[in-house]
Design a binder for this molecule. Structure first.
Ligand SMILES: [Cu+2]
Length: 146
């Protein structure tokens, strides 16, 4: 009798842990929804392109969503980020301050990079710099800087 009570308590404890893990993951997931079909891309730079530093990077965003400055929690908006020489950002975390945030709502920026191969990726982030759900990210492209 006591044994089964202990087993029941253990089960209930495990369920609580599972519940906590689940709710925690929901709380920390990117909470801002994106509009289905939204695409982000580089307007003026293509994969494999050779560039002279400094160079201009122009961001394109399809009509489903719009641009807002960081901290402006407006529906269906975000601001551009340029990820340089780094893997795609964690979908549930604020994009690192080491990456380029176009936090005023700009759609282009001039970048200086040392000569050599570099990877670039455009990522839309919400008012708190977290990718949307599902994330709006471009392909990672490689450029050759002269
Ligand atoms: Cu940002």
């Amino acid at each position: 009798m006591q044994n089964s009570l202990i087993k029941l308590l253990q089960l209930s404890f495990r369920l609580q842990i599972l519940f906590l893990l689940f709710t925690a993951s929901v709380v920390y997931a990117g909470e801002t929804p994106s509009v289905p079909g939204t695409k982000i891309y580089f307007i003026n730079i293509k994969d494999g392109q050779t560039l002279k530093s400094p160079f201009l990077v122009q961001f394109g965003l399809t009509d489903e969503m719009g641009i807002a400055p960081a901290l402006a929690d407006w529906p269906d908006t975000g601001h551009h980020h340029l990820i340089i020489d780094a893997p795609p950002p964690n979908e549930n975390k604020a994009i690192s301050k080491k990456q380029v945030h176009l936090h005023k709502g700009q759609t282009e920026i001039t970048i200086k990079l040392p000569p050599g191969e570099h990877t670039l990726q455009a990522v839309l982030g919400d008012y708190s710099h977290i990718p949307h759900d599902p994330p709006v990210m471009s392909e990672v492209i490689t450029v050759n800087v002269e």
